[in-house]
Ligand binder design. Sequence first.
Ligand code: C2E
Ligand code: CA
Ligand code: CA
Length: 626
Amino acid sequence: MTKPAGTHFDSDDLHEVTGILESLMSVANDENYVEDQDSEKRVLLLGRPRSLRRWDTRWLQQSGFAVTMVDDAENALVAAESLEPCAVIAEAAFRDSSRLPVYLRLLDAEDLDVPVIVLSTSGSETRDALDNGAYDVARKPFDFRIVSRRVRQAAQIADSGAALEQTRHSLRSAVELADRVREQKRTSESFEPVTGLPNRSKFQELLRRSATSITSNGNVLLVCVVSLNRFNLITEALGVKQSDQVAFDTAGILRECLQSTADSVKLESGLRTASVARIDPGRFALLMTVSPDAAELDELRRVVMERLSAPMSVDGQTVYLSPCIGAAFYPTDVSELSQVLGKAESAMRDARSRGAQFCHHSKKVDKDIARKLQIENRLHAAIDNKELRLAYQPLVDIASSRIVGCEALLRWPQPDGSFLPPAEFVPIAEASGLMVSIGRFVLNSACRQMADWRERGMDPIRMSVNVSKCQLLDPGFPDVVRRCVETHGVDPGLLDLELSERGALSPETNVVSRLEALKELGVSLSIDDFGTGEAAIAYLKDLPLDVLKIDRSYIMELRSNGAESAITSAMVALGQKLNLTVVAEGVESNEQLAMLRGMGCDQYQGFYLSPAVSPDELASLVQKTP
Ligand code: C2E
Ligand code: CA
Ligand code: CA
């Protein structure tokens, strides 16, 4: 996995800042400056051999300078460049083969910036030297005490010039670094570091930009939110590195999907813009300019589903991402630009809560309204006519193969002899407020059934009842449960309330105190559909739960080759660590059962033993099993 570059302020940068600060400090610090001065400096003397012999260089040496003498005119420049002296003392009469004073070569050399003190014997030599930029001129007779003082001055000036230059350089570096840090900050505010994709706020900005480009040509913007329902569990079970890998690979897949859709469907007019963003850890957003007929949605949805539903291999483990898509168009579905992403997200949540994989905001609204009204009306009548019934699915202890309980499941027979699935009518009952009274009916019927079985001499078994979010939010709910238990004289220890991770226990519902009130009645509490919600593991630590029911989708994917088993066995281990009874839902084969037994799972439910059946059938199943 490669990370996008330059998105973090890292230890190298820190090193650089420290370096810059240190050099600024050393310049500011006088002691260091003096120390620098004390280190040996070199003075280059250029002159004819016989002149050099006469010069009294002792004063220079006493001032701490090293001295190098060069009497070969052709070598003077090279020596000056290689020795990097702090000053040069040159005889004006020292000339090269073309009769040019050697010091002029030094003054003309571009790369050389050294003070040159010229020893002159005449007024014209002095003038020439000063005109040509010599640092200073000494007139004959040469007093080397004075010359060496000038050299010292020149060296000091050069030093402070260098220090000034160093300060300037350090400040320049500091400014550059500050610019870089500002740029990095801007990048990290806009892009997500693992995938390098735009984050939520950057996506909103891209959306605003794209919106301005569609105004004239009738095109629309398609916003899709793709959620990986398993993402949190992958992080918990396999680790952050692995889930980063999943996010990174998913980003690549989504980019390809967007590209292939854009290629396959040609936009008639206007500019096509397409972007992928990571808006939450397990959630991506896609943006695409599409033609007014919005034909691209079906294609995009198809490729994304196809690619992301395939198992992904991470570190040799096979994982299923369980993707779910919500879509909305601007401005056709949602006219307020700032709400498009939110609407696509709520469409995605809606799909997920129904166990579906896709939901289009506007189509859902139209269809839902009609269907909801119709089912709602018929439900009212069904309640009045007592059409609703309960069926009971056995719950089996894996070690002993004994039926230790059952789950009460709603059944609504239709005039044609079929049953309308509860997954379809329960959400409608919830939305219309009917679920509170249906829920009361379910609790009452289940408790009455427990009493009935007991009277018929059946060994007591646990009764699990599904509780919907709206029941749990009702402050009178614990009282309803208490009355039910008392009326039918059942042991509250045998009653188990199932709370779905997607619904009743979703993060928006703050239910801790309600759950505690229920626990005081002596009933047990299960987390249902575990692994389908978003904040799965966070709940478990804080809620007073007794049972963890692993969602059927995980069991479905259990194969003996080990695919998906990593996450399921991590869930079993987690449940056991938290002292919860772990139940696997939807076991259909002996192979799945054997794997669950190997993982140490406590109980199971599923068609392998039996679907939900009538009370009599359940009683005979209990008698038949050991
Ligand atoms: P759930 O609570 O997860 O119930 C388990 C569902 O999985 C049941 O579907 C059951 O028939 C089905 N199932 C069990 N074993 C297998 C298996 O081996 N293979 C397959 N393919 N399916 C299996 P059902 O009865 O259609 O219920 C669907 C959902 O409706 C329930 O899911 C629950 O969320 C909701 N529901 C049902 N009854 C009630 C109720 O009384 N109150 C509330 N609030 N919700 C209910
Ligand atoms: Ca359930
Ligand atoms: Ca379930």
